[in-house]
Ligand binder design. Structure first.
Ligand code: AHM
Ligand code: MG
Length: 335
């Protein structure tokens, strides 16, 4: 049972039995993510001090080269996960190929693969705007005892056993699901503890916010253009409000709380959109469905798509159920 003010550590232990396979490994994995999140949070909070502490290409006082924050975040997550020997493989936006984790005695017996975007929306860092980490977890499908394969990563989003995001915002939050609803935990930075602050998060069924990069309007398919015009019309509860941070985690987090739709359609500039299916769209779609919302590529549920490549892109429509259905209706009309 979720109780407000419960710490994330307590919550993980008390809800362990909800996991389909409750060997404790998934709990340890969430714990590892919690730890890496705190490391990255600390680094993100220091980002504004870059002129004082040194920037990319500079050398710090220990004689080490300063790295970009997305590289630091990637290393923080990879090292934390590798050291704990819970996953057999890691796929990251920052790495062309997946990483094989041999595990204890090199026996390849760890059960889970994780896919992640360690620091999404990183162009926002220089201007002090919220960024996020996104993660997606599957059980491997090939036999344990053998090295992980690409097949283990290319599973439809429906197979996810857990997914979540960390938002480094005005406060830092970790929001995740293991398929039993969505819960959000806020970090108390003074003591480094996440507390349950948003139990059982739900997308309002209908909302009045639309989030899309309208600078690309002329390049969008006709159905998307028509839906955007619909959002702007004076009728019933419209025009809707336009809000676009350009940071996927932040835009969806806000829309989940307030009600809204996020769109990154394909365009004549990006034939498959921009966002990555495996570590951006699938985890956000799993969270969204668990929160009563809907996520699609305009026609098909994101979670039903069969991935073919580690870094493949897909158009993305995600948010309040009725809004996504309306957008889909506009897309279908102009096929
Ligand atoms: P990134 O993985 O390179 O950070 O790109 C993903 C980000 C999303 O967070 C955001 O929604 C989108 O790109 C913004 O793209 P654009 O600037 O084209 O609107
Ligand atoms: Mg990204």
């Amino acid at each position: 049972m979720a109780r407000k003010n419960q710490t994330l550590g307590e919550f993980i232990i008390e809800n362990q039995s909800e996991f389909k396979y409750s060997s404790g490994e998934l709990s340890r994995l969430i714990n590892a993510i919690r730890l890496a999140a705190k490391v990255v949070n600390h680094q993100v909070n220091k980002a504004g001090l870059v002129d004082i502490l040194g920037g990319v290409g500079d050398t710090n006082v220990q004689g080490e080269d300063q790295q970009k924050l997305d590289v630091i975040a990637n290393e923080a997550f990879i090292n934390t996960l590798k050291n704990r020997e819970i996953v057999c493989g890691i796929g990251s936006e920052e790495n062309d190929d997946f990483i094989t984790v041999e595990g204890h005695n090199d026996d390849h017996n760890n059960k889970y693969v994780i896919l992640m975007d360690p620091l999404d929306g990183s162009s926002n860092i220089d201007v002090n705007v919220s960024v996020g980490t996104i993660f997606s977890i599957y059980r491997r499908i090939t036999d344990p005892g053998t090295p992980v394969t690409l097949e283990d990563f290319l599973q439809p989003g429906r197979n996810q056993v857990a997914a979540g995001y960390i938002i480094y915002g005005t406060s830092t939050m970790l929001v995740y699901t293991t398929g039993h609803g969505v819960n959000g935990f806020t970090l108390n930075p003074a003591i480094g503890t996440f507390y349950l602050s948003h139990p059982n998060m739900k997308f309002p069924e209908e909302g009045n916010i639309y989030s899309v990069n309208e600078g690309n309007y002329t390049h969008f398919p006709q159905g998307v253009k028509n839906y955007i015009k619909y959002c702007q019309e004076e009728s019933e509860n419209r025009p809707y409000t336009s809000r676009y941070i350009g940071s996927l985690v932040s835009d969806i987090h806000r829309n989940m709380i307030k009600g809204g739709i996020y769109m990154y359609p394909k365009s004549s500039l990006n034939a498959k959109g921009k966002l990555r299916l495996l570590y951006e769209c699938n985890p956000m779609a799993f969270i969204t469905e668990q929160a009563g919302g809907k996520a699609s590529d305009g026609y098909t549920s994101i979670l039903d798509l069969q991935p073919t490549e580690l870094h493949e892109r897909v158009p993305f429509f995600c948010g309040s159920k009725k809004m996504v259905e309306k957008a889909e209706a506009f897309m279908a009309e102009s096929l």
